[in-house]
Write a protein that binds this ligand. Structure first.
Ligand SMILES: [Zn+2]
Length: 209
C-alpha cells in the first residue's frame, strides 16, 4: 500500500461506481482545496455512516436511524400500514426506489434486489438477493400479496435479470394466485430508473404487463 495519501485516496475513490482514475484524482485535489470544516464534516459522516444507517430486514433498503420511529428495525415504508400489501415492487437499487417514490403514483411495498445479473455469470443468484426475496415473499403472501412488479432498468442485464426472476418465482406465484408484471417500456432502451423523470416512471407503471 502506498503511504502517499493522494495516491491512496485516489485508489479508494476509484472503487466508486462510474469513477475513472482521472476523476478520482480530481476528487482528491478538490478535497485538498476545501477548508477544514468541510473535511471534518466528511470524515465525521463517513465514520458514522454504518452506525447511523440501518438496513431494513424486509425491503433491504438503507435508511437513517433518525427516520425510524418506535424503535422498529424496519424502515418507515415497510411499517407504513397505509401502503398496499397486495403489491410488491422489485427494484435493483435504493436510488431506483427513491425515484419511484418521487414519482408518487405507487403505494405498494418494495424489495431492493441489490444488483442485476451479469450476462455471463455461472453463479447466478450470488449477486442478487434471491434467497432473501423468496424468504420475504412467504410472509408477504400471508399478508395478501397479489402482484409482484419487476421494475428493473431497460437494459440487456435488466431484461436478463427480469427473465431469471420470473423463472425463479413463477411456480410460487402460480400456486398462490399472484400476478408477475414487468414495467412497460415507457422507459427507453438503456435507461436507468434512477435517472428517469416522473412522467416516464408513471407511464411505465401504468403500462406494466
Ligand atoms: Zn423496508
Amino acid at each position: 500500500m502506498d503511504s502517499n495519501p493522494i495516491v491512496k485516496l485516489t485508489e479508494l475513490f476509484r472503487h466508486f461506481p462510474g469513477l475513472g482514475p482521472r476523476q478520482a484524482r480530481r476528487f482528491v485535489y478538490h478535497l485538498l482545496a476545501q477548508d477544514k470544516s468541510f473535511q471534518d464534516q466528511l470524515v465525521y459522516n463517513i465514520s458514522n455512516l454504518k452506525k447511523m444507517v440501518l438496513q431494513c430486514p424486509d425491503c433491504y433498503r438503507f435508511f437513517a436511524v433518525s427516520e425510524n420511529h418506535q424503535n422498529d428495525i424496519r424502515c418507515k415504508i415497510c411499517t407504513d400500514k397505509t401502503r398496499d400489501a397486495k403489491q410488491l415492487m422489485i427494484v435493483e437499487k435504493d436510488v431506483d426506489m427513491e425515484a419511484i417514490q418521487r414519482a408518487g403514483s405507487y403505494s405498494g411495498h418494495y424489495f431492493v434486489l441489490g444488483g442485476n445479473l451479469p450476462l455471463i455469470e455461472k453463479k447466478n443468484s450470488a449477486v442478487i438477493r434471491l434467497a432473501e426475496l423468496k424468504n420475504i415473499l412467504q410472509s408477504k403472501i400471508k399478508n395478501g400479496l397479489k402482484e409482484i412488479i419487476i421494475a428493473l432498468s431497460a437494459s440487456t442485464e435488466g431484461d436478463h435479470t427480469a427473465d431469471y426472476l420470473r423463472h425463479e418465482l413463477i411456480s410460487m406465484a402460480d400456486t398462490n394466485n399472484i400476478k408477475i408484471t414487468i414495467l412497460g417500456r415507457g422507459l427507453s432502451t438503456g435507461s436507468e430508473i434512477e435517472y428517469a423523470d416522473t412522467e416516464t416512471i408513471r407511464n411505465a407503471l401504468l403500462n406494466r404487463h
